[in-house]
Ligand binder design. Structure first.
Ligand code: SF4
Length: 446
């Protein structure tokens, strides 16, 4: 039974020291009650409080960690919609290989997984996991492929087999990698649980429907093991969408622990478009791990991009560090541009400068991740603040250029900038980044 804010407050130190980020213990208690804070944020919580509040303050979706250093995380979610607070851990991608494939093909796929990187607004997106499906019928082969996948990629492995002995041997071969054993069901969970405990792995649990799945996770938890992922068996895209939503609503709104686990989806339909739509649904609706049937870079671009969009914290704009960025190979006489440190703005502007073929400096003051007009309206992108940023960066010592291009939307700051930056001439650039290339061709192309 969930505790109320007042019940929780009675267990807190009541010193109102504010170290948890809340103004009072009561405010912190209210956040705990609504799952918007974690008890560990109060450094003075007594052992008694930890014990009593332990279960109550647990996030409704259990945290589970993967990898040798436990570097990958799922769960810990507290809201149904990201704008209510934020989503904490994004969907993880795994690429499947079959152990019956020939060794060269397997090694090529493993290399591709390991080397895959996609740059998006300053972030490097990668594939986090590898899945190995036991199709050969040979447990020795399965173990070899699992071990090879771990050795070559150092990614946690999802071991897919219906052969308990094969799962045991393969699990031992990658002991300590915090990988995933699939598929635990009502008939084999006891044996698989022992294998998971002995080797430090996570269990992927499945059942034909939500009721049976909830009953099974409860049974395994009551038996002392709680590092679980849940796999829904759904027949259609609509059912997948509905089931994912029901399970997450039950966990978050009703604090229903038997469904309070991250999920895993094994995607295998044979149709690339359909598989992509299934994966997109997982990303959009609470999917934990998406196991993709093959390495397909074209598919990954859309999945990675959607994932980045869904899991970006809407309260924290993605931003780049304030500094003077070289675009191309600028020297002391290269043109100088200025824009804000909102990542999308920065990458649009630097991309357009790059497309124009010139080398230049792009000065980016601290604007708290706001776009040009928002930052200007908030007083973060004024003539005085840009001048002061340039001085703090000692940028005037780096270049001989004394012309600076400002975005067209803030042409009104040109006079103020010239006043605060004596010796500099301000040029007003275009309003839209898309027009920068033609602007540059007219102004700077030699
Ligand atoms: S850190 Fe603990 S004691 Fe201090 S205000 Fe927060 S809840 Fe109260």
């Amino acid at each position: 039974m969930a505790l109320t804010g007042l019940q929780i407050q009675k267990l807190l130190p009541k010193t109102n020291c504010k170290e948890c980020g809340s103004n009072t213990c009561l405010a912190f208690a209210m956040k705990l009650a609504s799952k918007k804070a974690n008890l560990s944020e109060c450094p003075y919580a007594s052992e008694e409080a930890k014990q009593v509040l332990g279960a109550a303050s647990e996030p409704p979706v259990k945290t589970v960690q993967f990898g040798k250093e436990k570097e990958l995380k799922l769960g810990d979610e507290t809201v149904l919609y990201r704008h209510d607070k934020t989503f904490v851990n994004h969907t993880l991608f795994a690429i499947n290989i079959d152990d019956s494939e020939n060794t060269d093909t397997i090694n090529t796929t493993l290399e591709s997984i390991k080397n895959y990187e996609l740059e998006r607004v300053g972030e490097t997106l990668t594939i986090e996991m590898v899945s190995v499906t036991h199709k050969s019928g040979d447990s020795k082969k399965f173990t070899e492929v699992v071990k090879n996948a771990w050795d070559k990629t150092q990614r946690p492995i999802i071991l897919q087999s219906t052969d308990v002995e094969a799962l045991k041997k393969a699990s031992e071969a990658i002991k300590g990698s915090a990988s995933v054993i699939a598929y635990a069901n009502k008939d084999n969970w006891k044996e698989l649980k022992e294998i998971a405990v002995e080797n430090g792995h996570i269990l992927s649990v499945t059942a034909p429907n939500l009721n049976e799945l909830a009953s099974l996770t409860e049974t395994i938890k009551n038996d002392g093991f709680n590092d679980l992922l849940i796999n829904f068996q759904t027949g259609s895209l609509a059912e997948q969408f509905q089931t994912n939503t029901i399970a997450r609503r039950m966990a978050i709104k009703n604090n229903y622990k038997p469904l309070g686990y991250a999920s895993i989806k094994y995607i295998q339909s044979g149709d690339l478009l359909e598989e992509t739509v299934i994966a997109l649904t997982e990303i959009s609706k609470y999917g934990g791990i998406c196991v993709l049937p093959a390495f397909n870079p074209a598919q990954l671009v859309s999945l990675m991009t959607l994932r980045l969009n869904i899991f970006t914290d809407p309260q924290k704009p993605i931003q780049v560090d304030p500094k003077a960025y070289p675009v191309g190979e600028p020297d002391k006489k290269s043109p100088v541009f200025v824009t804000t440190n909102f990542s999308l703005t920065y990458f649009l502007v630097s991309g357009e400068i790059e497309n124009s073929g010139i080398s230049a400096w792009l000065v980016v003051p601290q604007c708290e991740g706001m776009s040009v007009l928002t930052a200007w309206a908030a007083g973060k992108f004024s003539g005085a603040s840009i001048a002061s940023a340039i001085k703090e960066m000692n940028f005037e010592d780096q270049v001989e250029t004394r012309e600076i291009v400002i975005p067209g939307y803030v042409s009104q700051i040109s006079g103020e900038l010239e006043e605060n930056l004596p010796g500099w001439k301000v040029l007003v650039g275009p309003q839209e980044a898309a027009d920068l290339e033609s602007f540059i061709k007219v102004k700077f192309a030699s």
